[in-house]
Design a protein around this ligand. Structure first.
Ligand code: WQD
Length: 338
């Protein structure tokens, strides 16, 4: 069975391609390589022994998307990762985000609507909750006004899929709301490859640990949390990748209870920034150079998932601890810098 993975050369996409291949699916990747590299194909192949089909293609080009689906009429499922995802950049360039994240989604859904049956997994984000009122966050927590165009594209994406599925019974769709993905494949053949200065905490920590960055700035220690630093739900990328496969299998087996469903994908546990730093120091044996600075505008105090629904309906639960995920991130950092 052939599955399309858009953005399949990216961080979460590449780990999901590996898990799909491990389950015996034939995978075709579409990626425009704007934020990834074809070299990732070698890493995937090194792990699974199977080189996925790959087409370098810009999903903003409608005719190219139509042509792809004509040539790959046997695609039965799509896992859609391809999107721009830098929160800060989205504030400066909103139209780039609306064109790239929304326009492409519409073209994909138009193609899937033509099929007798199609399964669609959408990469969403806990960012849709904003600062939720209650922890842990359940799927029925209110979706707040997005803090950024990036977050808005995730909210709009979910609404577009929901509205499409209402009138297109042949599409079964699941949106997975990720919390904070981190780490790298245990083989260290694939991992996170942030371009430029990392925006996210974990790659900045490992780059500071290896000496590429001088010092980590901790954005604020005056939040109402156990140690004053923000709380997030850091989920190991392999756990997250496996969640995509079980969600897809739910649709392929028509076990879904509605043709549009939403699941949180996190560990269910919150960790503060200082606890993440401690985890790095424990697994690496190195002291991390960091300083406390002012809060980062737009940061929320706390977000961690209630994963009851995914545990129950998908039969999926995160297996790896923060330390195990951090070790994989550190092993990866050391490998790519040698
Ligand atoms: C985590 C914590 C920072 C960097 C983002 C996106 C979200 C999702 C996950 C895509 C915060 C602190 C960070 C640093 C720091 N992405 N921090 N120093 O902001 O929770 O979520 O990534 O779906 O949409 O918004 O992740 O890793 O940037 O920050 O102190 O150099 O680490 O303040 O508390 P975030 P993050």
């Amino acid at each position: 069975m052939k599955i399309l993975v858009t953005g399949g050369l990216g961080f979460i996409g590449s780990h999901t391609v590996v898990e799909l291949q491990n389950e015996g699916y034939e995978v075709v990747i579409i990626d425009d390589c704007s934020n990834s590299s074809e070299k990732v194909l070698e890493g995937i192949t090194a792990i699974t022994g199977k080189k996925p089909l790959f087409e370098k293609l810009d999903l903003k080009e409608k005719s190219k998307v139509e042509d792809f689906f004509k040539r790959h009429a046997d695609v039965e499922g799509v896992i859609h990762f391809a999107a721009s995802k830098a929160v800060g950049e989205s504030v400066e360039k909103p139209l780039l985000y609306y064109e790239n994240n929304i326009g492409t989604l519409v073209y994909l859904l138009k193609e899937l609507s033509k099929k007798p049956k199609a399964s669609f997994i959408f990469s969403s984000s806990c960012t849709v909750y904003g600062q939720a009122d209650k922890m842990p966050i359940t799927e029925d927590a209110p979706v707040k006004v997005a803090e950024s165009p990036y977050g808005n594209t995730k909210q709009m994406g979910e609404e577009i899929i929901r509205d499409t599925c209402k009138v297109t019974p042949n599409i079964g769709a699941i949106a997975l709301r990720y919390f904070n993905p981190m780490g790298a494949h245990p083989s260290a053949e694939i991992g996170e490859l942030p371009i430029g200065v990392p925006q996210n905490l974990v790659p900045f920590i490992t780059q500071t640990g290896i000496g590429i960055r001088e010092q980590l700035s901790v954005f604020g220690d005056d939040y109402p949390t156990s140690d004053g630093t923000c709380v997030r739900d850091y989920i190991y990328v392999v756990d997250l990748a496996k969640a995509h496969v079980v969600a897809l299998q739910r649709l392929l087996a028509e076990k879904n209870k509605a043709n549009y469903e939403v699941f949180n994908v996190g560990t269910g546990k919150g960790s503060t920034v200082l606890e993440v730093i401690k985890s790095f120091e424990k697994v690496s044996g190195k002291k991390l150079n960091y300083k406390i600075v002012d809060r980062r505008p737009g940061d929320i105090t706390s977000a961690f998932a209630d994963t009851t629904l995914a545990n129950k309906e998908l039969g999926w639960k995160a297996k790896y601890t923060l330390d195990e995920a951090m070790k994989s991130a550190w092993d990866w950092e050391k490998k790519i810098r040698n």
